[in-house]
Design a protein around this ligand. Structure first.
Ligand SMILES: NC(=O)c1ccc[n+]([C@@H]2O[C@H](COP(=O)([O-])OP(=O)(O)OC[C@H]3O[C@@H](n4cnc5c(N)ncnc54)[C@H](OP(=O)(O)O)[C@@H]3O)[C@@H](O)[C@H]2O)c1
Length: 323
């Protein structure tokens, strides 16, 4: 079968189309014929040697969608459409492949109103977003900020918080054209940081109150600015570093509002947290209350171009490989 494999972790050129043996549905695994795979910043972190614990050569792809071919039993009958996330593409061969043997607990049936390409980009962003909101004590009426409306986690947190009754579901962008695009798509609480500081925008939108919950996948200056937007007793969850792993913070942004900062690692979640998150997400997908956004698809063989487009092009929405 065809797969896109990172031969070493030394940049885009190391991503090669290879021919590998088709995996088997053994040890309770389910054989999935892939139709699409989500492209994520994790692929880039691994490929550039900036992620702990991965070993080359490695087929990348942390999430994907496909059709069950064997081993799914009654929960996932042959022919059913499924999406998944797990340690694939990080600690074992991943989704950028024609077939993947997936552990049953990592699978979720795709609702009928969601196509495979959209589904392939759902698991990482939406599970991360929902688990982050739950761990931060989200409930209806809270004010939420998730920077980068065009990014996968920022968009998913914003959509979930809005659908679940947040008083304000806010996001941001550094790019004026993306701010306009966000507005056209119905995201009305997006701070355009080319015009206004993130903290000022959040105070303006919330009438001075601030954000009870911040979920930040960007790091760097965005994280330190977002700390300044916290409401009394608020919390910021840091889970990614699209901009930078390092930043300087003003400690009074934590001290004065008695706020806190915490981390989130999706590879360290108990199965119960993931199952609970899937239940919420699937129900909102079925009702149409959340709608995944795909920016562009690329064929499997163009995985390097797809990844470059995600990281350097900073699109609005997901980048997905079609298999
Ligand atoms: N801890 C976990 O378990 C976990 C789970 C999922 C994801 N993550 C991580 O979370 C991070 C975000 O993932 P994602 O999929 O949401 O990323 P993404 O879709 O690639 O979004 C990145 C967005 O961040 C903004 N950005 C990029 N560089 C920037 C910079 N230098 N300054 C300011 N903004 C910048 C851009 O938005 P604008 O152009 O609009 O400004 C860009 O579109 C990644 O590091 C990912 O690996 C971690």
């Amino acid at each position: 079968m065809r797969a896109m494999r990172a031969e070493t972790f030394n940049g885009y050129k190391e991503l090669k189309l290879v021919d590998l043996p088709k995996p088997a549905a053994t040890d309770g695994k389910v054989l999935v014929r892939m139709t699409a795979a989500g492209v994520t910043p994790l692929d880039h972190a691994i490929l550039s040697g900036k992620f702990h614990g991965s070993k080359a050569p490695l087929v990348l792809g942390n999430e994907g969608a496909g059709v069950v071919e064997e081993g799914g039993g009654t929960d996932f009958p042959v022919g059913s459409r499924v999406m998944f996330f797990g340690t694939y593409g990080a600690f074992e061969d991943g989704a950028d492949s024609e077939w993947v043997a997936v552990r049953k607990e990592d699978l979720c049936l795709i609702p009928d109103n969601v196509d495979d390409v959209s589904a392939a980009g759902i698991p990482v962003a939406y599970l991360t977003a929902q688990v982050a909101l739950t761990r931060a004590g989200f409930r209806a009426g809270k004010t939420v900020l998730a920077p980068a409306i065009g990014g996968s986690v920022g968009n998913a947190v914003t959509q979930l918080a809005r659908a679940l009754g947040a008083k304000h579901a806010m996001s941001s962008t550094t790019n004026h054209a993306k701010a306009e695009q966000a507005k056209a798509l119905g995201f009305n609480e997006v701070v355009d940081t080319s015009l206004e500081k993130l903290g000022d925008g959040v105070r303006r939108i919330t009438g001075g109150y601030g954000a009870d919950i911040v979920v930040d996948g960007i790091g760097g200056e965005v994280l330190s600015e977002a700390l300044g937007a916290l409401a009394l007793g608020g919390s910021l969850t840091t889970l990614g570093y699209s901009a930078s792993r390092k930043t300087t913070i003003d400690v009074t942004n934590l001290i004065v509002p008695q706020a806190s900062i915490r981390g989130l690692n999706m590879f360290a979640q108990p199965q119960s947290a993931v199952t609970e998150a899937w239940n919420v997400i699937v129900s909102l997908l079925k009702s149409g209350a959340v709608k995944p956004i795909v920016a562009k698809t690329f064929p499997l063989a163009e995985a390097a171009e797809a990844l470059r487009y995600l990281v350097e092009g900073r699109p609005f929405g997901r980048v997905v490989l079609t298999v």
